[in-house]
Design a protein around this ligand. Structure first.
Ligand SMILES: Nc1nc2c(ncn2[C@@H]2O[C@H](COP(=O)(O)OP(=O)(O)O)[C@@H](O)[C@H]2O)c(=O)[nH]1
Ligand SMILES: Nc1ncnc2c1ncn2[C@@H]1O[C@H](COP(=O)(O)OP(=O)(O)O)[C@@H](O)[C@H]1O
Length: 205
């Protein structure tokens, strides 16, 4: 019999909302969750490692990956390209494990077109002023970039209703707990475990 496929989870939302932070905390709480490492043309930041944070590519190599259909989705974001290697996601799902993609909104919507059975989570800020404080607090952007990220955030928030779930990132721990509960519920639904529990309670197994 074919092994059950894992769940494809897509965590998205505006820049600075806390996707990276929440995803890291979630992976610590759920080590069984497999993280998809993206390819990007942006240069590595201090402390980032090839194959761990990203696969760092030149523009030509990235273009080749697009042409050879090696990416499940890709997007240009603030002057750089980002994309999800297709093969890794397909192989991991086929082996029965859950995969999480942490990607921006344009890419998430492309995945939804190709893979509607995925679980699409939008991480939302408690409000726009808190989002701005987080971007400013991170200290990685110039004033001009902050302004363009805030403008982009408004457009991205407009697309929130295309997602299956909206999780407000008020506190990292509670956001993680909400995502964990969503994953558990999606498994129950997918694996039809409710039937198994019913039989078990009625002592039919
Ligand atoms: N579409 C898409 N977006 C990605 C991918 N990998 C990362 N991103 C998103 O690209 C944006 C910029 O990422 P990065 O340069 O690491 O900056 P930071 O996440 O804002 O610190 C973030 O919103 C990431 O979630 C990918 O494979 N595809
Ligand atoms: N729940 C939260 N409460 C307060 N600050 C947060 C929270 N989640 C993330 N942050 C902070 O907000 C900033 C942006 O988070 P980051 O994970 O880099 O966002 P993204 O990956 O969405 O761009 C970081 O400085 C991070 O420490």
């Amino acid at each position: 019999m074919e092994k059950d496929k894992g769940l494809l989870l897509v965590l998205s939302g505006p820049s600075g909302v806390g996707k990276g932070t929440v995803c890291k905390a979630l992976r610590e709480k759920m080590p069984e969750l497999i993280y998809s490492v993206s390819a990007t043309t942006r240069s590595a930041r201090v402390g980032e490692e090839e194959g761990v944070n990203y696969f760092f590519k030149g523009r030509d190599e990235f273009q080749r990956m697009i042409e050879q259909d090696e990416l499940l989705e890709w997007a240009e974001y603030v002057g750089n390209y980002y994309g999800t290697p297709r093969r890794f996601v397909a192989d991991t799902l086929a082996s029965g494990k859950d995969v999480i993609l942490e990607i921006e909104v344009q890419g998430a919507l492309q995945v939804k077109e190709k893979f509607p059975e995925g679980v699409f989570l939008f991480l939302a800020p408690p409000d726009l002023s808190e989002l701005e404080s987080r971007i400013v607090g991170r200290g990685s952007e110039s004033e001009e970039t902050i302004k363009s990220r805030m403008e982009m955030a408004r457009t991205e928030i407009e697309l929130m209703d295309k997602y299956d779930y909206v999780v407000v990132n008020d506190y990292i721990d509670t956001a993680c707990d909400k995502i964990k509960a969503i994953i558990a519920a999606e498994h129950l639904k997918k694996d039809r475990q409710i039937h198994k529990y019913r039989k078990w309670i009625l002592k039919e197994v």
